[in-house]
Design a protein around this ligand. Sequence first.
Ligand SMILES: Cc1ncc(COP(=O)(O)O)c(C=O)c1O
Length: 420
Amino acid sequence: MNIDFNKATFKDFENIPGFDLADRAEVFYDFLKFMRDNGHMNYRLRTESACAPQMDVILTGETKSRNYISYVSNDYLGFTQHPKVKAAAIAGIEKFGTGAGASPLIGGHFEYHELLEQKIAGFFGKPADWSTIYTTGYTANSSTLMSLLQKEDLAIVDMAVHTSVHEGCILTNKKTFPHNNLESLEHILKLAQGQYRTKLVIVDGVYSQDGDVAPLKEIYLLAKKYGAYLMVDDAHGIGVVGATGRGVLEETGLLDKVDFITGTFSKTFGNIGGYVIANPKLTAFLKFQARQQIFSATSNASALGIVKAIELIDEEPIWMDRLRDNIHHFKNGLKGLGLDVGNTQSAIIPVKIGDPHLTGDIGRMLLEQGIYTNPILYPAVPKKDARIRMSLSASHTREQLDKTIDAFAYISKELNLVQV
Ligand SMILES: Cc1ncc(COP(=O)(O)O)c(C=O)c1O
């Protein structure tokens, strides 16, 4: 089987008919070399400085780092570098050491984990027994869903939800509807009537590749009309959307209405981990049934930095204000060049290109201009929908944003990206 490397993405090597694991590894190895030779390998680059708007990065094939304006970190409020967050994490490590030593079920459940459960539940206006914390946002989705849904049940998911949701559905039945398509969602709900023990609709608040939001009010009403539960993963909405940063659920007045809120501590909260907010009985079920809770160790005490970050959202609203100013400025700058930033309503800014190879070229040209971004290809986005994806932070300066807009202006002209 011949794979056209010019059109290929990582996904094309996942499973190749007739190729055993060694054959697949070999052809994939050739593809990695092809990407390096074309200057398209800006994945897994080594960074030698902090997670920040300027980073020292070593490009593939080079030996020395260079300093780039960076848009690859989902550190929306800049909290990975906030002195109070760092101090809280360090104090946690000083007191408790660097590891928790076990899963929460069998000895790895410490007072800082309970404090974090209490804080994140409180952030959503709930008592502590409404939250379960996980070691990643990924497992907050995947492990939760695997424990909730079995072969008698049905997951109904927007096609653009995060991979962790899809993985969580491997033990159950899954039906996917086109992104934000309410008619299709209703059609699936209608057909599913009387067919399954549990129906769970799963959507994101803010979507991770387009930065657009779900029509949550309508989705909520449909889920209720057809007797389905509703889970919302707002990994990218928290700290960004909503009057007080509680995300798309706050914006739509649904914080109290949905059955499950899931999210991550790795973006706005500047650390690592995830959480699920659900009523106390569902929460107790997850704590003793989700496999991550039983078989995988908990986070270390740097989680106390997350506790501080949660407090800072209310204590220092200036970060959210700065982020919103940056979003407004950057989005308008790119739009002013005629570039397609889609329908983003968040800190995720896509510049839609379409062709994967051209997207790789643009990623390389941006690096040449001193700008570090993520070229996003299939399967993270549909095949014809490759784009440059950037995450904005409250810490980006106006100067950094303007330099980036200028770089896009130059590249757009060079490559004739905007046909008038
Ligand atoms: C929508 C969404 N949910 C969940 C996750 C997983 O979070 P984490 O990186 O904390 O595992 C991500 C990460 O990119 C995400 O974009």
